[in-house]
Design a protein. Structure first.
Length: 221
């Protein structure tokens, strides 16, 4: 299947989507409960382990490394071209481990990690690509340690009077892998169906055209 994230689009992604990325990744970082993370680590007795799914060019991993300096950071993405940009940006930072992998509806979301391994998992600007979001969320939740946090952020489906159907048709012409965008309410319901306890939600404006949402969930176990 054709993908947006290759070649020149991957090479110039950070420049093309500079404002969009800055806004959405700021909200993603703000959604992490650092106090809860420290409480979790006081029980787990290890350095923070954070996974960024669909990490793209590594911008969020870079921010997470600044926000939580002692963290071991993991990133996965299905695009080799985007991972190449991440390697350039992150300059072989020894805290960061990049792997080519794709989110799926299989066990542990199809990712090559052990269950209950991560204290925080982020999934940004990716939810609209998932053909079975409940299964993917359930798989990511299984990768979380007890009281671990799953942070999901994405651009929002706009409602009337915004001409969303025409706009989404245009998105799919540019990015054929786009499946469906969601409102915050819809995304929250999907997360709850996957067994997450939602502890924080937020709608926000990205710019005049794009709106976004972010939520934080923990496992009920």
């Amino acid at each position: 299947m054709k993908t947006y994230y290759r070649g020149k689009r991957a090479a110039f992604y950070n420049q093309t989507w500079k404002t969009f990325s800055a806004r959405t990744l700021t909200e993603t970082c703000a959604s992490i409960d650092l106090t809860q993370l420290q409480q979790t680590l006081s029980v787990q007795k290890h350095a923070p382990r954070i996974l960024d799914t669909a990490c793209g060019t590594g911008l969020l991993l870079q921010r997470l490394g600044q926000l939580i300096p002692d963290a071991a950071l993991y990133g996965v993405d299905k695009s080799q071209d985007m991972l190449a940009q991440a390697h350039l940006l992150l300059q072989n930072d020894p805290r960061i481990h990049l792997t080519r992998a794709e989110l799926t509806s299989e066990k542990l979301a199809g990712l090559p990690y052990e269950a209950a391994f991560f204290d925080v998992i982020t999934c940004t600007n990716t939810f609209h690509y998932l053909d079975n979001p409940v299964a993917v969320i359930r798989g990511l939740a299984a990768l979380l340690s007890p009281q671990g946090q799953l942070i999901i952020e994405d651009y929002a489906r706009r409602t009337f009077p915004f001409p969303w159907r025409a706009f989404e048709w245009f998105i799919k012409r540019i990015d054929p892998q786009h499946m469906q965008a969601y409102t915050l309410t819809e995304a929250q319901a999907l997360c709850q169906a996957a067994g997450l306890q939602i502890t924080a939600t937020k709608n926000f404006s990205i710019d005049r055209l794009w709106k976004g949402w972010a939520l934080r969930g923990i496992t009920n176990a």
